[in-house]
Design a protein. Sequence first.
Length: 109
Amino acid sequence: MTAATAASDPSRADKGQRLDKWLWQARFFKTRTIAAKFVSDGNVRVSRGDATARLDKPSASVRPGDVIVFTRNERLRIIHILACAERRGPASEAQTLYEDRSPPPPKEE
């Protein structure tokens, strides 16, 4: 199966993608290793439907419709997953993977 075929295969979208890989491809982390360590430390919660769970396994699967909540650099991030990517592309492409529902950062005095 080619990458183009996999992208158009709706059954693949249902399976989702590894959490650490999605965070890296969406450009929340510079490397996948850093993303995996962040998840392993128990810093990420994922909501699917009415269920919410704190995940500590980078291999946990996320898919479109899930909501990821984490705090990084003292900022709460609430991310609604819209799509999974085949590769890590430019920032403009990464921003199409999610909707940022985070509260605005606090104003510095």
